[in-house]
Design a binder for this molecule. Structure first.
Ligand SMILES: [Cu+2]
Length: 285
């Protein structure tokens, strides 16, 4: 079948419209704490740190766009005004003190303007506030184990719940786990991260955290979830054949629900510490 140019044009336009609509719908249905199809921005923030990461990202995007447009404008001006036809007798200027000082100073000022919020953000991430709760996450090939030293020292394993062999699973595929980490809302949670065998990385995008789990070295980071819900993350350091199958799921609940979960978890995990394939208290929503 041969298509005329206008037909091809219409097909391309149709494709663009469908693509655009898909992108918009993906963005519109983005759920807090998990990625969405066609998502091209950062995940919605679920913690103050991620809030700051997002606004820093937006600031950089504005700066880089202005610089790119400015340089593009200069290039176009040079091409139009100073080509051989428009400007047959070129100027022999080789130095201009004002311009040279300006193109040295202005980039320095831009870098300083970027450095100030950048360092503020780094310190916010690294300076762990007084923690309300400490959890230890251990990366293993290929699952995570969590310990609650403040709440009765229980410990449990968290394994992938929905993989490609279980397509009927109602929870997000490759992200949900059998035993979620449960934390109270609006509390500072300190996460201590370590690797048991190789290097893993504990990352939850909506909280703006990503920290390596290194054998023999205890790393720590923190987050404060501001809304209840389930937040998903993944191991973010290539750690072997099942690297893609060791997700992280953090369930943020109200204080009361957390207290009752602790009581049931203490009993549930007391007899079989760090058991494998212990079934979850309930499915993730
Ligand atoms: Cu890993």
């Amino acid at each position: 079948m041969k298509m005329s140019k206008s037909q091809i044009g219409r097909h391309l336009l149709g494709l663009a419209v469908v693509g655009g609509a898909l992108a918009m719908s993906g963005a519109a249905f983005a759920e807090l704490g998990q990625p969405a199809p066609w998502e091209y921005t950062l995940q919605q923030s679920g913690s103050p740190v991620m809030e700051d990461i997002r606004s820093f990202h937006t600031l950089l995007l504005v700066i880089i766009t202005v610089i790119t447009l400015f340089v593009l404008g200069l290039l176009v001006a040079v091409m139009v005004k100073f080509n051989a036809r428009a400007n047959p007798v070129p100027s022999r200027t080789t130095h201009n003190t004002l311009v040279e000082v300006a193109w040295t100073l202005i980039p320095v000022l831009i870098l300083v303007a970027i450095a100030v919020p950048s360092f503020r953000l780094l310190f916010l991430e690294l300076d762990i506030p007084k923690a309300d709760l400490t959890i230890k996450a251990t990366g293993k090939q290929w699952y995570w184990s969590y310990a609650y030293p403040d709440n009765g020292k229980f410990e449990f394993d968290s394994l992938l719940a929905c993989d490609e062999t279980r397509l009927k699973c109602q929870q997000p595929r490759l992200l949900s786990v059998d035993n979620e980490v449960v934390v109270p809302v609006n509390k500072v949670i300190r996460i201590q991260v370590i690797g048991a065998d190789v290097i893993h990385s504990f990352a939850v995008p909506a909280f703006g955290i990503k920290i390596d789990a290194i054998p023999g070295r205890l790393n720590e980071t923190w987050f404060k979830a501001t809304k209840t819900g389930v937040y998903y993350g993944q191991c973010s350091e290539l750690c072997g054949k099942d690297h893609a199958y060791m997700p992280i799921a953090v369930k943020v609940v109200e204080d009361q629900e957390f207290a009752s979960w602790v009581e049931s978890a203490k009993k549930k995990y007391a007899s079989a510490p760090a058991s494998t394939f212990a079934s979850a208290a309930g499915p993730a929503q």
